[in-house]
Write a protein that binds this ligand. Structure first.
Ligand SMILES: Nc1nc2c(ncn2[C@@H]2O[C@H](COP(=O)(O)OP(=O)(O)O)[C@@H](O)[C@H]2O)c(=O)[nH]1
Ligand SMILES: [Mg+2]
Length: 284
């Protein structure tokens, strides 16, 4: 596995310079060199959803009264995702080598916020919840992960194999092997403090990145919280996740990482807490 960790910045020369953020298109969001919030979205051919995701995220940042930016990582899209993201007010970072983890590593290296929100750009996650993901970070939590399995899942949003077999199985394996207490390890909507992020050794180039972040968080002993969220159908495009290939790779990753946990670390599973009550999102 190639180490392309967050520090130092990964292969900057391989990417085009980031596009300039177009503040004029998002007048309510203040842009400072040190921002409060960065919403980072990986994007591979998400033409159908990207504008709505960016616009909603910018409006949600503005609603918090904090400063912020939306960073879209264009992961070699062949459609007009990048152009639409810029037009909607995002700063676009390009990562020419495909991979969910690679895309995030490139985006996180560019994010300037002290609080970072991560989520897919396919319309499945509700960016009106940005404020809910930031609030616990201002109250002592270091990493917040959404939980769809304890929240709600719209009809047709998640294949039954993922909902009833894959995600519960991976979540159990993770909890068993890494002494964690997550309820939905593959939930892609998360938030983390920048200083906590810098304690995590992240390098997985593919989908395992999502699991690596949780394993590293547990090892680092940072405070973790879960909030129930609503999961929707994709707004269009095709899912990039391949059930059997990615499921098998994920399970192997969770098992392979147990060897490293033989090193003593602060067991912080007791710190995982539901940081907000039942799902409040009944928004459309
Ligand atoms: N799986 C995958 N996702 C990518 C890649 N590059 C960017 N992404 C984005 O990462 C997010 C996750 O992919 P998605 O197909 O939604 O996977 P799922 O949500 O797990 O079904 C989407 O916003 C993709 O556009 C890549 O190389 N592989
Ligand atoms: Mg998705």
């Amino acid at each position: 596995m190639t180490d392309i960790g967050i520090h130092p910045e990964p292969r900057r020369e391989a990417r085009q310079a980031p596009q300039t953020y177009n503040g004029a298109l998002a007048p309510k969001v203040r842009l400072d060199s040190n921002l409060d919030i960065s919403v980072v979205m990986p994007c591979l051919n998400e033409e159908a959803a990207i504008e709505k995701c960016v616009e909603t995220a910018l409006a949600s940042i503005a609603a918090t009264g904090m400063t912020g930016e939306v960073v879209v990582v264009d992961n070699d899209s062949s459609d007009d995702s990048a152009g639409l993201a810029i037009a909607a007010g995002a700063r676009v970072v390009r990562e020419p080598v495909r991979g969910y983890g690679r895309a995030y590593l490139a985006g996180l290296a560019e994010a300037r916020g002290r609080f970072i929100v991560l989520a897919d750009s396919d319309g499945t996650y509700d960016f009106t919840a940005v404020g809910r993901f930031i609030e616990p970070l201002t109250n002592g939590t270091d990493l917040v992960i959404g939980t769809r399995l304890r929240g709600s899942i719209d009809d047709g949003a998640m294949p039954w194999l993922h909902r009833y077999v894959g995600n519960p199985l991976l979540t159990r394996a993770m909890n068993l092997l890494h002494s964690t207490r997550f309820s939905d390890v593959y939930c892609g909507m998360r938030s983390i403090k920048r200083e906590a992020l810098s304690q995590l050794n992240l390098a997985a180039p593919g989908m395992e990145f999502a699991l690596e972040m949780l394993i590293e968080a547990e090892r680092a002993g940072i405070r973790i919280g879960e909030i129930p969220i609503r999961y929707r159908r994709r707004l269009g495009g095709t899912p990039k996740l391949r059930t059997w290939r990615d499921g098998w790779r994920s399970l192997r990753f969770v098992v392979s990482q147990t060897r490293r946990t033989a090193v003593p670390y602060v067991a912080s599973s007791s710190t995982i807490a539901a940081v907000t009550p039942a799902p409040s999102e009944s928004s459309p």
